[in-house]
Design a protein around this ligand. Structure first.
Ligand code: UDX
Length: 453
């Protein structure tokens, strides 16, 4: 009998939980039964998935922990999750494997976030094939894994004189787009573990598609000689709304209904990025001075320690009146789909980038760290569907960027280009499309893993 059970293990960040649960739904639709092992921290909303089984494990994270936007602290958090969870994960997986009853589907494989490097040893011990999910794209993963050699060659840590130069291995990027850490110490150790355990895995899935990133496939295979599957964009198959960790404020939609077509600038910096109080005020004034209607997601903690929008200047809300709408968390996919939305000022997290590309909404890029930097480079210089705000956040620059995108001919050209990308991406999921074919290959691969065990 062919194995039809898959166990998935997401990394507990919003931008990682959503694609993992979307993938789970995609595999479920292909006939697999789904079990999800998850940390107690940022636990998914299980009620939205009655067709899956959920198994929480202890993670050692304190109840009030707030994810930092500092890359060094994120790295430390990822490492401690990997070490804290290894034993509870082993216990849970062992229990799941040994208690599978006759009438249950045998388990074909484990799918974990690529950042759960400590799970490969567990999978090996239990003789369960592990496939990894890289929730972002191929190019940013290659940028990440190339960094150790750039440290070795002396290109990194970043020198001012090199900042604008192309990375020889990845000429789409400049050194400043991929320089994440000043001190290579603990980063090199982390990336070494991720690379080693990815190479030891039985395949790699990306939430991306060949029509966007086909040019990187050869380089990817040279680096990771394992099967690769680009089966995205996932959210076009299953929306991210059911995996949201925060409640969506639906007033956005009734407010958007009252605006002119393509007139609104939507602003959100995702679930982790934070800005300074002075930057927050520049964003506020830039939006106000632009004279465009705006929908702004001010996440509690967007400015460290802030509860919500209490840092806005006195009289600001009265001054912008109905022209501005501020919420804590928006139903982003619905917002991007809405005919009144004309542009997206984003931190360029990969989910936000994909959601914007798929709805044909051009972007203002305000990346903060990690893959956001390389995504911004692609948006502004490779696909040319957005403007990269590279200098410090300043009201005059913001006003200018909004005008370029919303009013000037340059914005219309970006709109035309993104429309073509949108068509390509949507076609990739249809029969005959690259992601459609790759998903069928993934299904056959998972089934073959079971029979070769
Ligand atoms: C994190 C990292 O910051 C990012 O670089 C990486 O690519 C993924 O992990 P995050 O900051 O959460 O991601 O951003 P993003 O990847 O864009 O994901 C945010 C998700 O939250 C999207 O699916 C978006 O639709 C949703 N969202 C965002 C909402 O539902 N409402 C909002 O108001 C804002």
């Amino acid at each position: 009998m062919k194995g039809r059970g898959v166990i998935l293990f997401p990394m507990p960040f919003q931008g990682h939980i959503s694609p993992m649960l979307q993938l789970a739904n995609i595999l479920h639709e292909k006939g697999f039964s789904i079990s999800i092992i998850h940390t107690r921290f940022n636990s998914p909303n299980t009620a939205n998935y009655p067709h899956f089984r959920f198994y929480p494990i202890p993670d050692g994270v304190s109840e009030n922990y707030v994810i930092s936007s500092d890359p060094v602290r994120i790295l430390d958090f990822l490492k401690s999750l990997n070490s804290n969870c290894q034993t509870p994960f082993r216990d849970c997986l062992t229990e799941l494997i040994t208690t599978t009853s006759e009438d249950e589907d045998p388990i074909a494989c484990l799918v974990t976030d690529v950042l759960w490097y400590s799970t490969q040893a567990v999978a090996d011990d239990l003789k369960l094939p592990r496939v990894v999910l890289r929730t972002t794209n191929v190019s940013s993963f290659l940028a990440l894994v190339t960094m150790p050699s750039l440290f070795q060659k002396g290109y990194l840590p970043l020198q001012d004189s090199e900042a604008e130069n192309e990375v020889p291995e990845l000429p789409q990027f400049r050194f400043k787009d991929i320089s994440l850490f000043k001190d290579p110490g603990s980063f090199l150790e982390f990336i070494d573990a991720v690379v080693r355990e990815t190479k030891a895995s039985s395949g790699i899935i990306y939430n991306s598609c060949e029509d966007l990133e086909g040019e990187f496939l050869t380089k990817n295979s040279n680096y990771f000689p394992i099967p690769v599957f680009l089966i995205g964009p996932f959210h076009k198959c299953f929306p991210a709304s059911s995996s949201s960790l925060l409640p969506h404020d639906k007033t956005c939609i009734s407010w958007l209904d009252k605006q002119q077509p393509k007139s609104v600038i939507y602003v959100s910096f995702g679930s982790v990025a934070a800005i300074q109080e002075t930057e927050f005020l520049e964003v506020a004034w830039g939006l106000a001075n632009s004279k465009q209607p705006f929908l702004w997601v001010v996440r509690p903690g967007l400015v460290q320690g802030s509860k919500w929008r209490e840092l806005l200047p006195n009289g600001f809300l009265e001054m912008v009146g109905e022209r501005g709408h501020i919420v804590k968390w928006a139903p982003q996919q619905e917002v991007l789909l809405h005919p009144s939305t004309g542009a997206f000022w984003t931190h360029c997290g990969w989910n936000s980038t994909l959601e914007s590309l798929c709805e044909g909404v051009p972007m203002i890029c305000q990346p903060s760290f990690g893959d956001q930097m390389t995504d911004a480079r692609f948006i502004s210089h490779v696909w040319r569907v957005g403007i990269h705000l590279e200098s410090k956040i300043e009201r005059g620059e913001i006003e200018k960027a909004i005008r370029r995108l919303m009013v000037e001919p340059e914005g219309q050209e970006m709109r035309n280009r993104i429309k073509l990308l949108k068509q390509k991406m949507n076609l990739s999921l249809k029969p005959g499309g690259s992601s459609y074919k790759s998903l069928n290959n993934l299904v056959s691969h998972i089934l073959s893993l079971q029979s070769s065990k």
